[in-house]
Each structure stands twice: as structure tokens, then as C-alpha cells.
Design a protein around this ligand. Sequence first.
Ligand SMILES: [Zn+2]
Length: 744
Amino acid sequence: MKCLNLFILSLLLIASSHAQKLMGFTDTNATKQIDWEKQFDAQLNAHNLDTWMQFLTSHPHHVGSPQDKANAEYMANLFKQWGYQTEIVSYDVLFPTPLTRSLELLGSNPYKAKLEEATLKEDRTSGQKSEQLPSYNAYSADGDVTAQLIFVNRGTPADYEELDRMGIDVKGKIVIAKYGGSWRGIKPKVAAEHGAVGCIIYSDPADDGYVQGDVYPEGAYRPKDGVQRGSVMDMPVYPGDPLTPGVGATKDAKRLDRSEAVTIMKIPVLPISYEDALPLLQSLHGPVAPSSWRGGLPITYHVGPSTDNVHLKLKFNWDLKPLYNVIAKLSGIEFPDEWIIRGNHHDGWVNGAEDPISGMVAELEEARAIGELVKKGYKLKRTLVYCAWDGEEPSLLGSTEWSEDHQEELRKKAVLYLNTDSNSRGFIGASGSHTLEPFFNEIADAVIDPQTGVSIQERKYASTLVNADKASRTKLIGNKNIKLGALGAGSDWSGFLQHLGIASLNLGFGGEGDGGEYHSIYDSYDHYIRFGDPGFQYGVALSKTAGRVMMRMANADVLPFDVNIFYKTVNDYVTELKTLLDNTRTQTDEENNMIRDSLFDLAKDPTKTYHAPKIKDAVPFLNFSDLENEMMQMKNRTEEFQKQYGDATRLPVEKQNEMNQILYQIERSLINENGLPRRAWYKHEIYAPGYYTGYGVKTLPGIREAIEQRNWKEAQDNIEIVSKTIDQYTLQVQKAMGVMINKS
Ligand SMILES: [Zn+2]
């Protein structure tokens, strides 16, 4: 007996020495939580993801289609079965669909673009012609233009500087640009700013066609007639319904006239395949394109102009169309008014299997499993809000209108917004509010990669290290922490993070399921189960990862935000900006001297036109001292707070609650109600999509973009604005510290 007692005692000792720890949980609660997570994992079933994907992708399900509504109702029913309080929330938004699309090359070698993707017997939904949205760019202008053609590479501002130097002007011309290098809406925006009258965007085979791999149906890549649809709305100004900026697009909302909506593109824009692009590119004369501009077609790429004219004619139906957002809530018991929000969009451009259903089905399975746990006695402290957004593809319509419509409530209640979208085999990708980095890494360490059996954090570390260049590798060795990227644009977080200041996270696996199906009729179930995620193992891994985020956020004793990591990251951004300014100054001086010494003229081929760049204004010194002083305060306060954070789980419950309120509201202090220069809808002073990059994030955007645009006064003004923002943030940290010290 004695021997057995000792044995039990030693077992207990082993158990207690391995007490389980989770950020924001007491040891006892952490142990319980981890136990529930094991049961959660056991609930997840890949077969469900497969079944739901088959239904949700069975017909094209864009905004306004019968399947779009049917999918919303199908998911609403599922959520109800799983115990969620569920509603379908509808809005009426401006969503143009094509009436006329025509593109032809005139002259001696005429060509009429097909603008049609082929039905494939290997792809069962590719023949649903009458239900498919034809290939087009949503929010293009109506137009009927005839002009010469010019090739503008990716169509970014830097490409137009290069055209200038070649002596080529796009004024009055139609431009043709390759997809990639920027968000697609930037291409017609910059083209129109330079006076172009029309814009054609094509998918070059070097990017996602035969240069990358075998084309569909043999392989995953874009076939010759595959077209990338997509929105060209000027979303860096504001996303969502163009007619109702800042408010929900409800039935009785006050609407702008279409002519007043600044986010609608000014010129006609049409996306085409590389089969249709080839004759157009062959018609170009003029200089040979710079080597970095050339693509994978078997021609010599010229910049143009073409001798023959191109005729582009587009007309759209500008009706309002209904949106169907599914909103499903599972109420928390202790803090029903603290919301953990989870979203993925459900609308697709066509059948949309990878984008967005692969993420949507992972969210559904996660919601189902949590519903099962609750039936078995799992108690949620906070409320979970599961959302399936409509209209993400046109311009984040469903999420933006819902977040604008519920802004008062969200400002008070939202603790976190967790987003997913497309998902496929490979490595975890994570971006979001930097306060969430340690919390996310704890989860990445707990989820197992389905192909290798190591944690998804370990696998990400391996790929980061193997793919790092030799110079940066040394710094990365041994550091398995996954650095959260900053969020620009690209999916449904914008309304939450950048408009309302709600801490946000975006997750997804990818990197091994690449192909050329994006926004074409070939993004189908048949394509996805061969190339995206056969067996839905990464769908289940996404459910495990995102489900843990939801459950831990819902049940943490003290919310798992790390304000010191936030400080460190923002401090790196400040350093980056100072370096950017210094480098701009040095480069400007060097280049101006080279111009004065005629070096550009001496270095060029005298038989070709290649102008020297123009003399630029000298770069002044800006005064960063206010910002640096505020950063120093922030450093001290956040270090102090995070040192004590571990003890906060021992605070009396009322104190914990008081502190949690401050912690989840702290992201709101980064909001400046006046918004960013020239785009007041974007109010977050740390993260915004780039005005001239679109998807690409600009951190400290007010300062950074002013420096990039050489607007020195605006840069200095924004340094002062950000200083005040940082001060507001530090005050909140101090307030939280006060709660911690003042224990009684
Ligand atoms: Zn998507």
C-alpha cells in the first residue's frame, strides 16, 4: 500500500510540475481549457468540409445569384441546428454586372477577343454557362473608346516613371497591363490619372500560366483562355457600397447619386486571357519593353504604341442587388456583451471553391464542433459571433455594411475580429494586430501540421529558414516566433480594424496548393480536391487553429493581449520611416548630381530615346522628436505592464473585468476620427492599405505615404498626429496598470 501511495504521489508531482500554462488563464483553467480543446479536435471531421463544399460550389454563387441566397439559407440552417441564434442580415448595394463586353483590334490584322472560358469535361461545373458571371472587372466605368494601345507593365506609378523616360505618353490611349505587382484596381486608377481612356488587364503565363506549371486540366495552372475577374473599385479610398460610405446600406439609407461615388473607376476596364492578349501585344511597335517587364508569351514584348487602333466597349447594369450575411451567435454566460467575432465570405466570382468556400467550410466545422462542446457542458464566458459574409469579392460589401450598420454596438462589445478566406495545403500564414502575436504563437505551437507531424509553428519556421536569403538567415536561426504581418486590404477585416479599431487577425494555410484558377470558372470543387487540399486536411488544421483562437479569447481570465510586443513593432516602423527619409535624401542628392553632370545622357544609347529623370526637390530633415518621446513613454509603460501581466490572473474578478475592458478597447485608441489624408474612412493610424498599392499594407500610413509622395509638410503634420495617438495608447496602458496595482 505504502509503495502504491508513493507511486501515486510521484505521479501527482509529475503532473503538477507539468502544470499547463496558457496566456491569460489561471493554471486550473488552462488545464480545463486544454482538455476541452482535445475534445474539440476529436469532433472535427474532414468529411463535413467535403460535403458542404460540394453543395456551396454546386452553382455559381456571386452577389444576386439564386445560389448566393440558397447558400446563405443553407448555412443559416446549419448554424441553427448547432444551437446558434441565427439571422440573415440583408443590405441593398450597388453591384454592376455586364450587359455589353467587346474588345477588338482594328486595322489590317483585325482580331475580336473571345472573352470566353472553355467548358472542360474534366471540370463538371465549368459548363454552367447561363449561370456564370462573364469575365469582367466590377465597378469599371461604362465606355466606348477607340485608341492606340500601350503596354504599361504592371501599371504602377513606377512603371509610368519609366514610360516617361522612354518618352511615351498614354494620354488619349488605351493601356494594357499585366495582372500582379499591385492590387488590380490600382492599374486603371493610375492609368486614368495619366490620361488613358481605357485599360485592359491580362494574366501573363509567366505569373500563373504555363511558365509556372502544367495548365488545367492536366495541371493546376491557368489555361490560355482563363480570365481573372475582380473588382477595380477604388477601395483604398473606402470599401463597401459606393453609395453609402460610413453607414449601413439598409433599405432606407440615404444614398449618393452614382455620379457622386468617387470609388467607381473613371475609365472602362476589362480583364482578358493570354490567348486574347497575344494579338494585342503583337500589334505593339515602339521600343522593346525593359527586361523586367517581359512575360512568358513567345513574342518580343514592345511598349507601343500600336499602329492600329483598339476598340473597347463596355456597358453595365447598375441596379442595386441584395446581400445576405449570415450572423450566428452563441451567447457567453459571464460576459455576453463581449464579442469574439469570426468571419469568412461566402460569395464567389463563379463557383469559388478555394476562394472563398475552402475557408468557409473550415469555419462551419469549427462552429459545429464548438456547438457540440457546449451541448456537452463547455461554458463560454464571452459571446461568439460567427459570420458568413456576402459580397466580399466586389468590395468587402457584406462585412463593411454590417460593421458600419452596427458600429456603435461593435465599438462597445467587439474584443476581436478573426478572418479567414482561401485555404490550401502548406504553411500557416498569419497577419494582424501586433498585440496578438504571443497569443497566436502559443496556438501555432499547439496545432499539428497534417503532413509532417510537427507543429504548424515548427513547419513555418523550417520554411522561413530554408527560403531566407543567406544574409538574413543568421538572424532567424533559433527564433521560432511567427511574426504577425501587418494587415493592409484583401479581405473582410477592413471595416473592423481600419474603420472601427477592433483588434483583428487573419489566418490561412497555403503555399503548396498554388494554381491559376483564381477568380475564373476553374476555381471549382473538381480543381480544389485535386490541387488545393485533397482530403481537406488543411481545412481541419484551419478549424483547429481558428477554433483555438475563438475558444481561448472567449474564456481567458485576462485577455491575451501583449502591449509591449505592439510597442516593439511600432518602434521598428518608426525606425524604418527615419531610414526611408534618410535614404530618400541620399538618393535624391546622388541622382540630382548625376543629372547635373549629364551622366544619364552619356550612359544611354544615343540612337534611342531615353530621357534623364527630372531634378527632384531636396529632402528636408523632419522633426521626429515628439514621436520619439512618446515612443519612450510607451516603452516604459508597456514594459512595466507586461512584466506584471502574468500576475493579473490572480486579481479579484471585478479587477480582471475592469482590466479586460481596457485591454480590448485599447486598439480603439489608435483610431483618429478625422481619418487619413484624402481618405477619412480609414481611421487607424498604424495600418492601412497603400493608396497606390491596394493590397499592400502601409504601416504608419499618414507619415509613410507623405514621405513616399514627397509631401514634406504633410509628413511633419502626421508625425504630430501619430505622436498624439501613441500618447492616447500609453494612457490606456497606464490605466490598465492602475487597475493592476490598486488590487483591492
Ligand atoms: Zn476571397
